[in-house]
Write a protein that binds this ligand. Structure first.
Ligand SMILES: *[C@@H]1O[C@H](CO)[C@@H](O)[C@H](O)[C@H]1NC(C)=O
Ligand SMILES: *[C@@H]1O[C@H](CO)[C@@H](O)[C@H](O)[C@H]1NC(C)=O
Length: 177
């Protein structure tokens, strides 16, 4: 009897481990092992020649980071970028639905437009966000208003107008809570 119970326990633990360390939710990218203490995995989509965020398979696993960046030394913002460079121009509505992730990195991309509800579903998870624009687009503040857990926001190569500044003030009110 005792032996049987131990067997059941081991089976349950094994099943939980395989569920946690499931497939990578983005087929085109690689899931890297995380670092202690959390051991949450990283979805690595660096320099995959992406023109948009690839389809994401919904999962209950919580990821430390999704990185869609290019390395600065790859010169992906130059006039003739290599094929490996990610050049993501647009983030559409509900792009990250079904994903639980703490940090998203769009460094060295060319975001021209970010839909208002791009980040819906990430409200209770996202603490860090890095966006890089195309030098002409306005700061996409409306997309950020629901991200109340955000602790660090990096915005590069966007412009501001009065409406943007007004939206920023509203966001500051939200984030202060
Ligand atoms: C994602 O889901 C589709 C069908 O829903 C499945 O065919 C595919 O294998 C899944 N990809 C991964 C990486 O789990
Ligand atoms: C985004 O939200 C703002 C404020 O509600 C609104 O003025 C704007 O038209 C929205 N943009 C789109 C593309 O729906």
């Amino acid at each position: 009897m005792g032996g049987y119970r131990i067997y059941i326990t081991i089976l349950v633990i094994w099943m939980q481990m395989t569920m946690v360390q499931g497939n990578c939710p983005i087929a085109k990218c690689t899931c890297l092992d995380g670092q202690p203490p959390s051991n949450e995995r990283i979805i690595d989509c660096r320099e995959k020649g992406l023109l948009s965020v690839p389809a994401i398979n919904a999962t209950d696993e919580i990821f430390q980071e999704l990185t869609l960046s290019n390395a600065p030394e790859s010169n992906c913002r130059g006039s003739s970028p290599q094929a490996k460079c990610n050049r993501i121009l647009h983030i559409s509505s509900n792009t990250f639905a079904g994903l639980k992730v703490r940090k998203i990195d769009f460094s060295q991309n060319y975001l021209g437009s970010v839909a208002n509800d791009s980040f819906s579903g990430l409200e209770t998870y996202l603490t860090e966000l890095i966006l890089e624009g195309d030098d002409t687009n306005l700061v996409p503040f409306y997309s950020l208003t629901t991200l109340t857990k955000l602790k660090s926001l990096t915005l590069e190569r966007f412009t501001l107008n009065n409406n943007g500044i007004e939206a920023f003030h509203k966001n500051l009110q939200i984030w202060k809570h």
